[in-house]
Design a protein around this ligand. Structure first.
Ligand code: NI
Ligand code: MN
Length: 224
């Protein structure tokens, strides 16, 4: 499977058959390496409804006839806009044609641009082609991350490091220690001045606890 980092929390996953995007914040993202019209996906996975995660999901889903996967309350809002939605909730998993999706807790909020409550925010664990990816969404540090690392061997973990709205670097490093993934990648930093953070400080600190981390450039693709 190919894993492409589209800046902020947006990640695109591609295997032989399917294209999937997580948190497609593209058109308003100053660091986005792609234009919204270049995105063609079968599934869109949303961690929560904040504008920097819901992003361009509605427009992309309408153009590509994609299915949106998200928690129930956000799903109701999107269904009412005529979109194809698969609603799930925290702790639940489902086997899709491309692989398995399971939602985890995330300590954060979730509302749309009008401030309407959109259900619980989430993290997501994806199993595709026998590889496991944990995308934390937006969250503070929580001890149950240890349980996530106990239940699943995580190949790749996307960890927010930008502080203010989510974990900062030191808590993010601790999160990597809890989950113990084979590889961690920092997300949710430098998009706006308030979440300025040095991703190389994160990777250096992760390596100091003898875990593995890389910075993915905007638009960089790795094979998992
Ligand atoms: Ni958020
Ligand atoms: Mn966010």
């Amino acid at each position: 499977m190919k894993v492409k980092y589209l800046a902020h929390s947006a990640v695109q996953l591609t295997n032989k058959t399917y294209n999937i995007i997580i948190d497609p914040f593209i058109s308003e993202n100053p660091n986005s390496p792609m234009a919204i019209n270049d995105i063609d996906v079968d599934y869109i996975i949303l961690t929560h409804a904040h504008g920097d995660h819901l992003g361009d999901a509605i427009e992309i889903a309408l153009r590509c006839n994609s299915t949106i996967i998200c928690v129930n309350e956000l799903g109701i809002y999107l269904s009412n806009k005529g979109l194809k939605v698969h609603k799930m909730h925290i702790g639940g998993g489902y086997n899709f044609p491309f692989g398995r999706v399971k939602f985890t807790i995330a300590h954060h909020g979730s509302s749309n641009s009008e401030g309407m409550y959109m259900g619980e925010p989430a993290g997501v664990i994806l199993t595709i082609d026998d590889k496991k990816i944990y995308h934390c969404g937006d969250t503070g540090l929580f001890l149950d991350m240890k349980l996530i690392g106990e239940i699943d061997i995580i190949d790749l973990m996307f960890v927010p490091i930008g502080d203010n709205y989510t974990m900062g670097i030191d808590d993010a490093v601790r999160a990597v220690g809890f989950v113990n993934p084979k590889l961690s990648v920092p997300i949710h930093y430098n998009t706006f001045p308030i979440i300025a953070a040095d991703p190389y400080e994160f990777t250096a600190k992760v390596k100091s606890i003898r875990k593995n981390a890389i910075v993915m450039e905007y638009g960089q693709e790795i094979e998992l």
